[in-house]
Ligand binder design. Structure first.
Ligand code: S3P
Length: 188
């Protein structure tokens, strides 16, 4: 009997497609969708960049943990986590104990190409509030990836998104999940 999954959490680096893929996946399988960063912005009534600027990263991380606890009370949901959420052990444990954690893996160069025109990633755009060059940005991604991969790799499922269109990734992740688990709409 395949195991039922009520919550699918997506993790991975900034730009790995958690929000775009998560939203389509949720619609396709009939689950609700939460974007954790958007939930934080709604409850703080501020953009993530401003939360970082005004109150610092550790304040943001506390809000992130609180918001995750709230969101995880719903069931039949797909949740796009922020890229740093699982670095806090309690968040990692919560995702794995209440659902399945999927790591959307991409190479540093692909992430860089997806992120280079974005201006809303405080950790990636600046160091000490100074705008960084392309080379520094790529190096920063590589460094952060090296630190984070051991944690991302603790996910229940590691799913490669390199060289796949968004549509291909959604299809193949959906097929994988349906093959290995029971995706059920019934509330239980
Ligand atoms: C962060 C990723 C961002 C956001 C914040 C910090 C990180 O979310 O939560 O800027 O530490 O990787 P995305 O991964 O959705 O960009």
């Amino acid at each position: 009997m395949p195991q039922k999954i009520s919550r699918i959490y997506l993790t991975g680096f900034m730009g790995s497609g958690k929000s775009s893929l998560g939203c389509i996946l949720a619609n396709t399988i009939g689950y609700g969708f939460y974007d954790l960063d958007k939930e934080i912005e709604n409850s703080a009534n501020k953009k993530i960049t401003d939360i970082f600027k005004d109150s610092g990263e550790s304040y943001f991380r506390d809000l992130e943990a609180e918001t995750l606890v709230k969101v995880s009370k719903s069931s039949h949901i797909v949740v796009a986590l922020g890229g740093g959420a699982v670095l806090r052990k309690s968040n990692l444990d919560l995702t794995k104990s209440t659902g399945k954690l999927v790591y959307l893996r991409s190479s540093a160069s692909e992430l860089y190409n997806r992120l280079k025109f974005k201006t809303d990633r405080p950790l990636f755009q600046t160091v000490d509030n100074v705008i960084i060059s392309e080379e520094e940005a790529l190096n920063k991604i590589k460094l952060m990836m090296a630190e984070r991969e051991p944690i991302y790799n603790q996910a229940d499922i590691v799913f490669d998104t390199d060289n796949k269109t968004l549509g291909m990734s959604v299809d193949s992740l959906k097929n994988y999940l349906e093959k290995h688990f029971e995706i059920s709409y019934e509330k239980n």
